[in-house]
Design a protein around this ligand. Structure first.
Ligand SMILES: [Zn+2]
Length: 247
């Protein structure tokens, strides 16, 4: 990663009419939340395709909740890192207009980002499958699994499990921002999961510059205007410094 690439990207972001960010697991690994595509931590013990599937949740919610309970304690105890803070600060300064995230850890919001589209939902809330009542996850007891609503219904985290559709409002908002932006930062995501993977290509077809920030090359790299290799927190921190220095 060259300093002049960072400087160049900073100028393009500052000049942009509408710069947005699309983020994925790589933004949160520095907060101690393991990427489910890796076999680290939680995912060395639970098979995502089994425990993450809606059919298995519905047929055996107690079993799937054992994984979800561990995941929710990981998420609740995690703190936003430099990447989340830099994006929040860039939004505060009017440079970044929106963050579309595939993460379910709510760390963008906790860092202070306001316009966040949670494409895959959030672990912060659970919802009753029978009556629809919502609860803050931190307020429910996970002593007996699965947790239940006062109506007796099973509670499910407000996240998109495998086999479930993306919520319509999040999907519509994400596609709208992707079509409208002129710079899209694609941070810490390998862009392999549909339909999120489609968003940079929509932006590109509408003439946006694509700035990829990742530790390694991805399937998006050949299409990116700039690829900045490195940890999300470090690269975004340097971009923020450059933007601060601009006249
Ligand atoms: Zn209920």
């Amino acid at each position: 990663m060259e300093g002049r690439d960072i400087a160049h990207v900073a100028v393009e972001m500052a000049r942009a009419r509408c710069c947005i960010a699309l983020t994925g697991a790589g933004v949160s690994t520095e907060s101690g939340i393991p990427d489910f595509r890796s076999a680290d931590g939680l995912w060395s013990r639970y098979d995502i395709n089994e425990y993450g599937h809606i059919d298995n949740f519905l047929s055996n919610p107690g079993k799937v909740w054992r994984m979800l309970a561990e995941m929710s304690s990981t998420v609740i105890n995690a703190q936003p890192n430099q990447a989340h803070h830099a994006l929040a600060e860039l939004e505060h300064r009017g440079v970044v207009k929106a963050v579309i995230t595939q993460n379910i850890d709510a760390l963008h919001k906790r860092a202070g980002s306001r316009n966040v589209i949670e494409f895959h939902g959030t672990m912060e809330r659970v919802r009753c499958l029978r009556c629809g009542r919502e609860y803050a996850t931190e307020n429910i007891s996970l002593k007996n699994l699965p947790p239940q609503c006062s109506c007796g219904g099973i509670l499910k985290p407000d996240v998109v499990l495998i086999g479930e559709p993306i919520p319509q409002d999040a999907l519509a908002a994400a596609f709208r921002w992707a079509s409208a932006c002129d710079v899209m930062l694609v941070v810490g995501t390998s862009c392999e999961m549909m339909p999120a993977a489609e968003l940079p290509h929509i932006a590109r077809r509408h003439g946006a510059l694509i700035v990829e920030i990742n530790r390694e090359n991805t399937t998006l790299s050949p299409y990116a205007t700039h690829t900045l290799k490195g940890n999300a927190g470090e690269v975004l921190g340097r971009i923020l410094d450059e933007i601060t220095r601009l006249p």
